[in-house]
Design a binder for this molecule. Structure first.
Ligand code: ADP
Ligand code: MG
Length: 186
């Protein structure tokens, strides 16, 4: 198999059944070719930033191993947003059914037309940092330092864990095996 890279994906949404949107996105990621989800944070609820008169968001962060390039992974995330019913061209920072951001891809730093890495606003957002640190306590954000050390500066932002595990790699693997057994695939 091609060399894989570790990446972190931020999930968010504030329209409709927010929890279901994130659970479905995780299932889509776990089922995608050349992507393995190996950790996921708890579910968090956060107040909107940038455009305040809208519903609170639910957020989570997952870690993936992938053989896709950064741009291929971003394209895949955008395809999943569209499949979930996200309509592009709405208000910047406005309501969305599903937002999938590529937060980190290894230690890659880039600033292109379609992709900036690390994600340009992640270091100042508690709803990214808190779930990120939960699954990767020592992770560094290139150019910013340890994610855990950035949390104090955003402590004033409203963001709380809802307690539930959104996804467990073990449960997903079991489900996949059951599916293979019932379809006769070894
Ligand atoms: P945001 O998530 O910042 O609120 P959008 O989801 O609407 O905003 O993304 C706007 C654009 O940001 C996308 O068209 C995408 O090309 C670009 N973008 C740049 N870097 C990233 C990244 N690391 N992750 C996701 N989108 C990115
Ligand atoms: Mg986005």
């Amino acid at each position: 198999m091609k060399k894989t890279h570790t990446a972190f994906v931020g999930l968010g949404g504030n329209i409709g059944d927010r929890r279901a949107a994130l659970e479905n996105a995780l299932a889509a990621l776990a089922g995608a070719d050349r992507i393995t989800v190996d950790a996921c944070s708890r579910l968090f609820e956060s107040a909107p930033i940038g455009m305040e008169r809208q519903a609170d968001f639910m957020n989570a962060v997952c870690r993936v191993q992938t053989a896709l390039s950064p741009l291929q992974l971003l394209a895949e995330l955008q395809r999943m947003e569209t499949a979930a019913g996200r309509v592009r061209g709405g208000a910047r920072f406005g309501p969305r059914v599903l937002d999938l951001d590529l937060l980190l891809y290894g230690r890659v730093r880039c600033a292109g037309e379609t992709l900036t890495l690390p994600h340009p606003r992640m270091a100042g957002r508690r709803f990214v940092l808190a779930p990120l640190v939960e699954i990767a306590p020592e992770v560094c954000i290139p150019g910013h330092g340890r994610a855990a050390d950035l949390l104090a500066a955003v402590a004033g932002q409203k963001c709380r864990p809802l307690g539930d595990l959104l996804y467990s790699a073990a449960a997903a693997e079991k489900k996949l095996k059951q599916r293979n057994v019932s379809s006769g695939t070894p």
